[in-house]
Design a protein around this ligand. Structure first.
Ligand SMILES: Cc1ncc(COP(=O)(O)O)c(C=O)c1O
Length: 413
């Protein structure tokens, strides 16, 4: 047996203040449940790659065409990530793995496809879209002439409205995809609408990317001209973005990413993306994504059964959007109560929300992170009961022990 005394990490030794904050975050994540639909827990292999020494390396440009010497390792890593991405998303003709985030991926793709001042059409933030789809507080709403479409009374995309807005605005780019849209998107119908206006179709699959890679929800790859995504949500990789493009658009997309909107790529993140894509290519990943989807469907069913309203009446993916209008609580109040009980959730506008964005009448839930911890139906049932209890005014302290027990029984990966 070794008598070695454990050594403090270099970080703890050199900067105990930052180390303490990071340790606190470790504790926060392990002692609470993440039901934020845009978050997940990546593997320790992904985290190891993302903190590797290659963080020091500048590699402006693309493999074999760099503006710096010593890029042979960066080239190997980026090419591996690209090849794995194209294997993972069947039908992808080209992959750019450099975007630092989903927003940069969208900005770059829109720059390439619409040009400065070009017309774009996307789903309104209020209806479940994303800021980077042309919202006026985002550069995508400033640099481009944007118009937005909404959803119908049931919260579903109304293809007739999409067609009407596209016909009126004559965009160069039509965007399909959202941040709090729980239903499958008919990409073929979107592509037909885009074609009628001689526009290109950009599918933003930031949320369902993992479900799509696993083949458990329909894929836009091969239908949309360009597909953007984040790698850190259901795809369970490191924080970052990616763009898949038809071959004839690849050159434009690459130039719009670098030098158009970014400088040196974060090679450590590209290495971590390669690791995550490798994990996603394993058969277990499909089972995981099926469980994410089944857990979300069951969560929606239990909440509906308890008398809560769900936007669109259910879900096809990992998102459950609770409509709180019938209750006497706001999204912000439930978020606060949930945090006190040990559940990390987010308030979210619902279509037609009468309340402001920092209050809202909705709660967005997602099952990717708890499924990573190993949750199945039994645990989802408990979580649904806790959420119902919190909405109905239950004291968060009453549920803290139950959530703590689940955290202990299902540790972080
Ligand atoms: C649909 C969609 N696109 C883009 C993004 C932006 O990603 P990021 O936060 O990495 O910029 C998000 C983030 O939530 C998203 O939901």
């Amino acid at each position: 047996m070794s008598n070695a005394v454990p050594q403090p990490s270099p970080l703890r030794q050199q900067d105990p203040e930052v180390a303490a904050w990071l340790q606190r975050e470790d504790r926060r994540q392990s002692q609470s449940l993440t039901l934020i639909a845009s978050e997940n827990h990546c593997s320790s292999a992904v985290r190891e790659a993302s903190q590797s020494r290659i963080t020091d390396k500048y590699a402006e440009g693309y493999p074999q065409k760099r503006y710096y010497g010593g890029c042979e390792v960066a080239d190997g890593i980026e090419e591996l990530a690209r090849q794995r991405a194209m294997q993972l998303f069947a039908g992808a003709e080209d992959a750019n793995v450099q975007p630092h985030s989903g927003t940069t991926a969208n900005l770059s793709a829109l720059l390439a496809l619409a040009g400065v001042g070009g017309r774009i059409v996307g789903m309104a933030l209020k209806a479940g879209g994303h800021l980077s789809h042309g919202h006026d507080k985002s550069h995508t709403g400033v640099v481009f002439q944007a118009r937005q479409y909404g959803v119908d009374d049931r919260g579903r995309i109304d293809l007739d409205e999409v067609r009407r807005v596209v016909k009126e605005h004559q965009p160069k780019v039509l965007i399909a995809g959202g941040s709090s849209y729980a239903r499958n998107i008919d990409y073929a119908a979107f592509a037909a609408i885009a074609r009628e206006a001689s526009a290109v179709l950009l599918a933003d699959i930031a949320h369902p990317a993992g479900l799509i890679a696993a083949g458990v929800v329909p894929s836009p790859v091969g239908i949309a001209d360009v597909v953007t995504m984040t790698t850190h949500k259901t795809l369970r990789g490191p924080r970052g973005g990616m763009i898949l493009a038809k071959k004839e658009l690849a050159k434009q997309i690459n130039s719009a990413v670098f030098p158009g909107s970014q400088g040196g790529p974060l090679v450590q993140q590209i290495a971590a993306k390669a690791v995550a894509f490798g994990e996603a290519l394993r058969p277990e990943f499909r089972d995981y994504q099926q469980r994410v989807k089944d857990n979300a469907a069951y969560l929606a069913e239990r909440l509906l059964g308890a008398g809560l309203d769900i936007v669109t009446g259910g879900t096809d993916n990992h998102i459950v959007l609770v409509d709180l209008r019938k209750t006497d609580v706001t999204g912000a109040q439930v978020e606060e109560r949930a945090l006190a009980a040990g559940l990390s959730v987010n308030k979210n506008a619902i279509p037609g929300d009468p309340r402001p964005p920092m209050v809202t009448s909705g709660l967005r839930l997602g099952t990717a992170a708890v499924t990573t911890r190993g949750f199945g139906r039994d645990q989802i049932a408990i979580v649904a009961d806790v959420i119902t209890g919190l909405v109905k005014g239950g004291d968060p302290e009453r549920f803290r022990g139950t959530i703590h027990g689940l955290c202990e029984a299902f540790p972080l990966p």
